[in-house]
Ligand binder design. Structure first.
Ligand code: NAP
Length: 323
């Protein structure tokens, strides 16, 4: 009997250690999940006035004529922040600026720059910004594969562009503006990553790897500059209904898990200065919590299978269109 009790005790102890380890590893995710679900009920409109006071009156948003970037710029304008829009097409920039100025009493500036050109884009931005103090920098621009592909199939130029845009632009934009923010002792940098950072993602291998860079880069940057009063926020969304996902009809419909960019940005801006690390949308918080429970190799396998499926769907759609 004594012998049996001893083994029951050892098994119970082992179970407790495993449980504590699980809770420790997932506690942050659990807290994030709780915050994500409760935030819409507790976040009132106080930020309408406080964002400008807290960070400054101008924001610069990259990739801001479409999708998440445009919606994010509009959310900031709603809160009285002047916005500098940066993307490639001058015409789209002018239209977006007009749309924002007509609806909100804020000033806008536009800068046409192509981040795939690396240093050249950063030089243009520095020149155009002049002495304007950037209070909020939103590194939103990003490039993804046209559809899930094996590495050898991705055009070489696309790979250079993905690296220059997703890694180079974010790094150098932070380098450009963080010094002045530090001098002023205030400012916010928002780096838009992706849930693909959570584990390696076959058939979107390079995209996911660039986003893992953003995750690591942003966490270290927060360590370096958080003590100088800066907010360094990391957003890792799951699917949002934008043209980036046009390879699949599934993500071109709004749903509980796939918000449109306006819904996403409304939530993401409401947590600026409140959460340093988030998916940026409450149902994505639930997805993230559930995803991270599984070991990394299982998640990678599921992600790889999902991408094979999306690839097959895409390729058979293309075949149908041709025939
Ligand atoms: N949509 C999703 O499901 C999802 C999920 C996770 C993470 N994200 C991340 O969220 C961010 C925004 O994605 P999104 O889906 O909103 O993108 P999107 O709808 O494709 O919009 C991209 C924006 O960036 C601009 N842009 C594209 N290439 C550029 C370049 N080389 N230089 C300068 N501007 C450029 C585009 O305007 P022009 O074409 O005029 O330049 C447009 O304004 C990205 O970092 C993406 O990785 C998206």
């Amino acid at each position: 009997m004594m012998f049996c009790d001893f083994y029951t005790f050892v098994l119970a102890l082992l179970g407790l250690i495993v449980l504590l380890n699980f809770l420790y590893n997932n506690l942050w995710g659990f807290l994030q999940l709780t915050h994500s679900i409760l935030a819409p009920y507790f976040i009132v409109n106080e930020e309408n006035t406080t964002l400008a006071k807290k960070y400054g009156s101008w924001a610069l948003i990259t990739g801001s004529t479409d999708g998440i970037g445009k919606a994010y710029a509009i959310e900031l304008a709603k809160r009285g922040i002047n916005v500098i829009l940066v993307s490639r097409s001058k015409e789209k920039l002018e239209n977006t600026a007009k749309e924002i100025e007509c609806q909100y009493s804020v000033k806008t500036k536009i800068i046409a720059a192509d981040f795939s050109l690396g240093e050249k884009a950063i030089d243009i931005i520095k020149k155009e910004i002049g002495g304007t103090e950037i209070g909020i920098l939103v590194n939103n621009v990003g490039k993804q594969y046209d559809y899930p592909m094996y590495l050898e199939e991705v055009p070489e130029q696309d790979l250079w562009d993905i690296i220059n845009i997703n890694i180079g632009a974010v790094t150098m934009m932070c380098r450009t503006f963080v010094k002045d923010m530090k001098k002023r002792g205030k400012g916010a940098i928002v780096n838009v990553s992706s849930a693909s950072e959570l584990q390696p993602l076959p058939l979107m291998t390079v995209y996911a790897a660039t986003k893992a860079y953003i995750k690591s880069f942003t966490a270290s940057l927060r360590y370096e500059y958080g003590e100088h009063g800066l907010t360094i926020q990391h957003l890792g969304p799951f699917f949002v209904n934008t043209k980036m996902n046009k390879f699949s009809d599934r993500f071109q419909k709004n749903s509980f898990m796939v918000p449109n960019p306006d819904m996403y940005a409304r939530y993401a801006v409401s947590i600026l200065g409140r959460q340093d690390k988030s998916t940026g949308y409450w149902t994505h918080g639930i997805q993230s919590f559930l995803t991270e429970i599984a070991p990394e190799w299982i998640r990678m396998h599921i992600g790889g299978q999902m991408n094979k499926h999306l690839r097959n769907e895409y390729l058979s759609e293309q075949k149908k269109k041709i025939s």
